[in-house]
Design a protein around this ligand. Structure first.
Ligand SMILES: NC(=O)c1ccc[n+]([C@@H]2O[C@H](COP(=O)([O-])OP(=O)(O)OC[C@H]3O[C@@H](n4cnc5c(N)ncnc54)[C@H](OP(=O)(O)O)[C@@H]3O)[C@@H](O)[C@H]2O)c1
Length: 279
């Protein structure tokens, strides 16, 4: 039987995942806070949710998730599954799980890695926390938008891992910005640095992707500065809860805060490089 899904949040990722789900044969109903001109759009989130087998959240943060959840609560039923793909704070992940348990609907803590291009190709990688049986029932749905699904453990484990990996990504791009500023200042071309990094143990998919666009001054958003700033704050909070000192991500978080104040919130987080005069 054809399955149906409500996609709530049509930003960089949600809009592309909704397209992928449609192409895979799902009946898709979408909703966005700022109305979007799509044939599958509903005026209210509740309308998208009513009767859908799955509800997928691709929202900005914990505040958005809590607000939207309250608006759809009256429409959620025990035979539905809520998939939260938004990167949110751990407290809100546990809150969502509790609310779903009260209603009787299934829930997966299910953030992802992969950016604009991966979403457009249905090639995200999902990190999953929750009940393995719920994952099996949701697998076909998740496969429509992903190339890999990693089960990590109970609810909360995927949120923590997602935040920890974004700590690495933010810190890496800050380090790439500093390295590029130094090599530029010494007259070494960005191509030379990119090539050297590719052959170095410090090389990564992220470095190969970001160094050329940073050098070219292309900061079109794949993952926005304000969303990475949000995730750095989640990382600092997770660390503080356990008494762990994190000077690196605190410095990078401050750099992102400064970038947002300068009007770069909607640019890609690689616009960290704009802090350097020649960028
Ligand atoms: N882009 C990436 O590469 C990437 C990678 C991994 C994880 N993520 C995470 O995935 C989530 C979505 O990412 P994205 O890049 O698609 O973000 P985005 O482009 O910034 O979109 C955010 C979405 O959240 C909605 N929203 C924000 N505040 C809201 C509120 N209070 N109530 C209702 N809706 C609200 C926005 O609606 P409006 O249009 O009305 O503002 C928009 O639909 C985020 O948690 C992000 O951190 C993103």
């Amino acid at each position: 039987m054809q399955q149906s899904i409500a996609v709530l949040g049509l930003g960089i990722i949600g809009s592309r995942s909704a397209d992928q789900l449609k192409q895979s044969g799902f009946t898709v109903h979408t909703w966005n806070r700022t109305p979007q001109h799509r044939p599958d759009s509903c005026a209210e989130a509740q309308d998208a949710v009513k009767g859908s087998d799955f509800v997928a959240l691709y929202l900005k943060d914990g505040i958005a998730v809590r607000e939207v959840f309250e608006s759809i609560r009256p429409s959620l039923t025990a035979d539905q599954t809520l998939l939260n793909h938004s990167t949110i704070d751990l407290e809100t992940t546990h809150w969502l799980a509790e609310q779903c348990q009260t209603i009787g609907c299934s829930f997966l803590d299910c953030p992802f890695t992969g950016s604009k291009m991966a979403a457009a190709q249905g090639a995200l990688v999902y990190y999953v926390g929750g009940d393995p049986d719920v994952l099996e029932n949701s697998r076909q749905t998740l496969e429509a938008t992903s190339k890999e699904i990693k089960f990590l453990g109970p609810v909360g484990s995927a949120t923590v891992v997602k935040i920890a990996t974004n700590l690495i990504s933010a810190s890496t791009v800050q380090a790439l910005s500093e390295a590029l500023a130094i090599t530029n200042a010494y007259g070494i071309s960005p191509d030379t640095l990119t090539d050297a990094v590719a052959s170095n143990a410090c090389g990564s998919v992220l470095a190969a992707m970001k160094l050329p666009s940073m050098a070219a001054g292309d900061f079109a958003p794949h993952f926005s500065m304000e969303n990475m700033l949000k995730d750095s704050k989640f990382a600092i909070q997770l660390a503080e809860n356990k008494g762990i000192n994190t000077p690196g991500i605190k410095t990078t978080s401050q750099a992102m805060e400064n970038a947002c104040k300068k009007g770069n919130a909607q640019l890609d987080f690689s616009a960290l490089f704009k802090a350097y005069p020649e960028a």
